[in-house]
Design a protein around this ligand. Sequence first.
Ligand code: PRX
Length: 659
Amino acid sequence: MSNSIESTLHETRVFPPPESFVAQANVSGKAAYQALLDEADRDPNGFWGRLARENLQWSKPFTQVLDESKAPFYTWFGDGELNVSANCLDVNLVNGNADKIAIIFEADGGEVTQVTYQQLYERVCKFANALKALGYKAGDRAIIYLPMSIEAVVAMQACARLGVIHSVVFGGFSSKSLHERITDVGASLVITADAQMRGGKAIALKPAVDEALGMGGCEAVRHSIVYRRTGGDVAWDAKRDLWMHEITAKQSADCPPVPVNAEHPLFILYTSGSTGKPKGVQHSSGGYLLWAKLTMEWTFDAKPSDIFWCTADVGWVTGHSYITYGPLAAGLTQVVFEGVPTYPDAGRFWKMIQDHKVTTFYTAPTAIRSLIKASEAKASHHPKSYDLSSLRLLGSVGEPINPEAWMWYHINVGGERCPIVDTWWQTETGGHMITPLPGVTPLKPGSCTTRLPGITAAIVDETGGDVEAGHGGFLVIKRPWPSMIRAIWGDPDRYVKSYFPSELRGYYLAGDGAQCDTDGCFWIMGRIDDVLNVSGHRLGTMEVESALVAHELVAEAAVVGRPDATTGEAVVAFVVLKRSRPEGDEAIAIGKQLRDWVAKEIGPIAKPKEIRFGDNLPKTRSGKIMRRLLRVVAKGETVTQDVSTLENPAILDQLSTPV
Ligand code: PRX
């Protein structure tokens, strides 16, 4: 849980929406919000059916809205057919947006490329035709391992156009993580690039794919399609590898969209859970797209004149819903960014907002916190050194935003005039669930405020009973919603066990602890399971532990989270080696070796910030590692709890000393 939670819960400042914003908002004022809530609560099927008919184009209209007969395997709009790519691209060609800029792409080095909706449509069609010519069809799975680029959006949209199910893997993941996903999803295609640019440096991507495909179990992969990003040398397997520009060159710029069932999986995205390997979260086509589009209209108050910028990577769900699908379905112009917020300097975000006249800016608290530090260090990195007057709305996602960071964002970036939407949601929810509506909700720094219409979020106890306002409990969603996770790919039992534990009356268990105040505002307190949130990225402690114990020197490892002022949480690993406990320089050297090992096994985001060596780990007499105590020790606090059940209480002193 966040270190700021105590102060957060005493937060009393309230910021009502500016009148000028309310006057023009898509959902304007409390009465409009209440009317939507009431409609959804009174007749959920009528509500969702109306929205799905009004907002999406169906090639075959649905007659049934929700089917609960196989709960918790719900289906939505289950006899309807549509194509997601047609709803993002073709609709814009007939409604007057053909020449509108769809994407303003800014590369790491600052080069800007723009594509109109017509051009994006043509690029997607050409790539889809190339995939079709190679024999890929609806239901096949494609792994996408690409840098942030127009090509990444094109690849995802082209898959959607054919009904090919994509699974995007964040470019920061290692070949081992990539291999795990290629095999779990049963991919027959990989789409990658020679390299990606980050902070002025080229980081190779294709070698990781080559390595993953060489690990065995990937025999189903027929092709690896490569986007030439940097033009550097790459190893080439003539039987398998194809250049993206070569296979698309001669293709027709029209490719009829393949209508798929509303329940056809649009994508599978892997995310960390408390146990075992990452889970392949499976999303639908119809319900998912409906919510990606609607939340653009509601949460982000999307207007045709907006320049929308979500700074996430398409390797995460935020990049799926609020880069590849939502903004295009809403017909917006959006900025897509390849680089990092600190290159060439920490004024990069503010300069880009100024240059592209961004109106709506959506980023993560980690980025805000690191930019606060940088702006304090140098005036030219401060947002006040830039013209940010184009901004009208700000957003936050991925982790709780501490009130200090919220206030800084509000004053220095939003000029005290832009509402901030602190959006709570998850990979599994597909889109926003609890968030302010900018033309409705009074904002409280640190609270994601109220539920969206149709989303029955609540706080319950361990038996599923409602918890009173002001008391902590489990955050659940009581009724299904269209963009919810449909399954864990290949593991239906894990889906039921993870999200619908029987004691919770069939409610969806989010895995977060939270409380609600007397205004109905939610305050997220952090995960209730062994999942960490490092810089807004989800990480299972088990995954890091498994990586550590796979190292030849390591006998045992326990991983916990510790509050961190910049990254929210930091990974702390307690390690017992097979040999004697190292000290001094040796401990530092082995610590570095293990950190690099974790980066190689999972990816740099999983690197422990700190490793502490012990002769043993604190265990109960039955051999269970007491992680609760390790969390206290990791924070640098003294253990005051009863340790009489510990087999070896003295070990806590040893582990309390950082290397
Ligand atoms: O703990 C919550 C936190 O991030 C988790 C979901 O992570 P992921 O599936 O990677 O999706 C992140 C992007 C949607 C949640 O269980 N979280 C997400 N948004 C917020 C948040 N915690 C507090 N406030 C938020 N706005």
